[in-house]
Design a binder for this molecule. Structure first.
Ligand code: MG
Length: 205
């Protein structure tokens, strides 16, 4: 893949190198069809790869995140990062870090931040999407909302990618795996690849 403008290892986040490279390659392939969307940008690690793939085609990446952190990022939780805690507002704020990273990566003309929840952003959404990457909250409610909000907007030939797929429940939470199974059972998607914990599905016609 093309070298990224900043080192992805300088960006906070939970995405492996091979998963990032796959996001880049698939985005580069399908973003000729239209804009793309990711759910759960956090500090922009996945956005860096996904956006670079979209940039190759002059496409756009809608980067959706309320930037208040998922359940596991909250104060006292396992993945809480004190650097991202806004003490004056008494909540997490990953947007400042996200914007800094997008600027450094030269992606401000490619990445369109949507700073809200999945349900709100999807309320009047009607733009067909070439690729959707779901990497939001890991509660079953959050994952189901993300799936129901966006899977139907993926155009035929487009891609649905889902992060954190753990078929073995002792390795990780089951909500992403549950929506992955739902997508396959719908008959609307077929599996293209499984890269580490990243499932890549194609919307069939
Ligand atoms: Mg993830």
């Amino acid at each position: 893949m093309q070298p990224l403008k900043i080192d992805p290892n300088t960006v906070k986040g939970f995405l492996a190198d091979d998963e990032g490279a796959a996001l880049y390659e698939y985005a580069k392939e399908v973003s000729v069809l239209g804009p793309c969307l990711e759910v759960g940008s956090y500090c922009g690690k996945s956005t860096l790869y996904f956006g670079a793939g979209c940039q190759e085609n002059g496409s756009l990446l809608y980067a959706l995140d309320h930037h208040r952190g998922s359940e596991e990022h909250q104060l006292g939780e396992e993945y809480h990062d004190a650097d991202l805690y806004d003490a004056s507002a008494e909540c997490l704020d990953s947007f400042r870090e996200f914007r800094k990273n997008m600027k450094a990566a030269g992606l401000e003309d490619v990445v369109v931040p949507l700073v809200t929840s999945s349900g709100i952003a999807a309320k009047f959404w009607s733009t067909p999407l070439a690729m959707v990457f779901i990497d939001g909250g890991h509660s079953i409610e959050a994952a189901m909302t993300d799936y129901r909000s966006w899977a139907g907007h993926i155009m035929p030939g487009g891609i649905l990618a889902i992060h954190d797929i753990f078929p073995d429940p002792t390795k990780g939470g089951q909500a992403p795996y549950d929506i992955y199974k739902l997508a396959l059972a719908s008959g609307l998607f077929q599996e293209l690849a499984m890269v580490n914990t990243l499932a890549v599905l194609e919307r069939v016609a």
